[in-house]
Design a protein around this ligand. Structure first.
Ligand code: PLP
Length: 285
C-alpha cells in the first residue's frame, strides 16, 4: 500500500514519523475519514471544511489548501486502485524535537500530515445493514470539545470493547441522562415519521453524514427534530439508527438488550440509507 507522509508518496513500510511528534505523545492532532465509492470521494468538501475548523479550534496551522488536499486524496485512490473504501487523513501539531506541554512555535514547527487508504470492496452493500446492529449504553466521560475531531479515541475504543464484551456491536454514550452519540457515529431515533437526533453543540461531533442525511430527509418531506433523547425514549422508538462516513446509515435494532420495534430494521432507516447512497454517489468527486 502506498501512503502519504509530509509531501511524499511512500510504501507504508518506509513511512516515518518522529517519536517526539505531539500526535504520538499527546494525541495533539485531528483527523478525517472520507469514503470512496466507485473510485470517487464522498462529501469531500464537508470533510475538508470540518478539518479546517478542527485545526482552527486548536490553533493549528492549516498545512494544505483544499485543492492540494483533494489532489492527494485522488492520487492515493489512484495509486492504491481503491474502488470502494476509505481515506484516513491525520494532521498533528508536529514537534520541536522534545516533549513539552507548551505548543511549539508554529512559525518553526511543521505539522505532520499523514494519509492512507483502506480498501473495503462492496462496503455499501454490507449484509450488516440488512439486519442492523445492537448497541449498549455507556457513560459519556469524554472531554468537552467533542465537536473537534481529535485523535483522542481511547474512550471510544474502550466503548467498542465494552460493547463487544456484552455481545453488542457498538455503544451509545449517555450524559446527564441523554444520549450524546455513538462511539464513532451520530445517533438517531424514529417515532412515526419523525427523525430525532441530538442538536449540534460542543457535546457531539458535527457529523458530515448527519448533515447530508438530515438534508435529504427534509428534501424527502420527512420530519426532523433536533433535540436530545434518553435511552428509555430510544427503547420505545419505532426505529433507531446511526450515521457515519464509513457506515453511511446503519439501522440499530437493539439497545441494552431491548428490541427496537420488531427487532429488525424498519422502513425509515433503510430508505434513508438508499437515498444517502444514491445522492452521495451522484455528488461524488
Ligand atoms: N460522532 C463521532 C464521535 C465520530 O467519531 C464520528 C465519525 O467518526 C461521527 C460522529 C460521524 O461523523 P461523520 O459522519 O462525519 O463520519
Amino acid at each position: 500500500r502506498t501512503v502519504y507522509v509530509n509531501g511524499e508518496y511512500l510504501p507504508e513500510a518506509d513511512a516515518k514519523i518522529s517519536i517526539f511528534d505531539r500526535g504520538f505523545l499527546m494525541a495533539d492532532g485531528v483527523y478525517e475519514v472520507t469514503s470512496v465509492l466507485g473510485g470517487k470521494l464522498i462529501d469531500f468538501e464537508g470533510h475538508a471544511l470540518r478539518l479546517q475548523r478542527s485545526l482552527s479550534e486548536l490553533d493549528m496551522v492549516e498545512p494544505l489548501g483544499r485543492d492540494e488536499l483533494l489532489e492527494i486524496h485522488r492520487e492515493l485512490v489512484r495509486l492504491n486502485a481503491i474502488e470502494d473504501g476509505m481515506i484516513y487523513l491525520q494532521v498533528t501539531r508536529g514537534s520541536a524535537g522534545d516533549r513539552d506541554f507548551v505548543f511549539p512555535d508554529p512559525e518553526t514547527t511543521r505539522p505532520t500530515v499523514v494519509l492512507f487508504t483502506q480498501d473495503k470492496p462492496g462496503m455499501a452493500d454490507t449484509p450488516v445493514a440488512k439486519v442492523g446492529i445492537k448497541v449498549i449504553s455507556i457513560d459519556d466521560i469524554r472531554w468537552g470539545r467533542r465537536d473537534i475531531k481529535t485523535v483522542q479515541l481511547l474512550y471510544p475504543s474502550m466503548g467498542k470493547m465494552m460493547a463487544k464484551a456484552a455481545g453488542a456491536d457498538d455503544a451509545w454514550m449517555v450524559e446527564d441522562g441523554q444520549v450524546t452519540e455513538g462511539t464513532s457515529n451520530n445517533a438517531y431515533i424514529v417515532k412515526g415519521n419523525k427523525i430525532i437526533t441530538r442538536e449540534l453543540s460542543s457535546d457531539i461531533l458535527h457529523g458530515i453524514t448527519r448533515a447530508a442525511v438530515l438534508r435529504f430527509a427534509r428534501e424527502a418531506q420527512m420530519e426532523v427534530e433536533e433535540r436530545s433523547f434518553t435511552i428509555d425514549e430510544a427503547k420505545q422508538a419505532d426505529e433507531a439508527f446511526v450515521t457515519s462516513a464509513s457506515t453511511f446509515v446503519m439501522p440499530v435494532v437493539e439497545i441494552d438488550g431491548a428490541k427496537i420495534g420488531t427487532g429488525a430494521p424498519g422502513t425509515v432507516a433503510p430508505r434513508l440509507r438508499e437515498i444517502y447512497l444514491d445522492e452521495s454517489r451522484k455528488a461524488a468527486i
